[in-house]
Design a protein. Structure first.
Length: 94
């Protein structure tokens, strides 16, 4: 995922509800290339966690927020220290 000449940033990914069950974790810290979009992050996570990829192929709905703000476009570029929360649209509670 890292291209030559690009720096890395660190993001915190929080999986809620069934996504935590699918990935086997509720929090993951990742070092990813600068200028990575939310869409690219989700693609990377799908490759890393094959059960997530399987689930997304059947139910391609994930609600995403970055630093507490709901993301309406997956083209949003992530920055160092961002917290990305992934949940299903119907997730309630903790």
């Amino acid at each position: 995922m890292v291209e030559e000449g690009r720096g890395l940033i660190r993001v915190k990914v929080v999986f809620l509800g069934i996504l935590a069950d699918i990935t086997g974790m509720s929090i993951e810290y990742l070092d990813i290339p600068e200028n990575t979009s939310v869409d690219s992050l989700i693609a990377f996570l799908s490759e890393k966690h094959s059960p997530l990829s399987d689930w997304l192929s059947k139910v391609p709905l994930i609600q995403v927020s970055v630093n507490g703000v709901d993301v309406t476009s997956r083209d949003v570029i992530l920055h160092n220290g961002d917290e990305v929360v992934l949940s299903t649209p119907l997730y309630e509670g903790g």
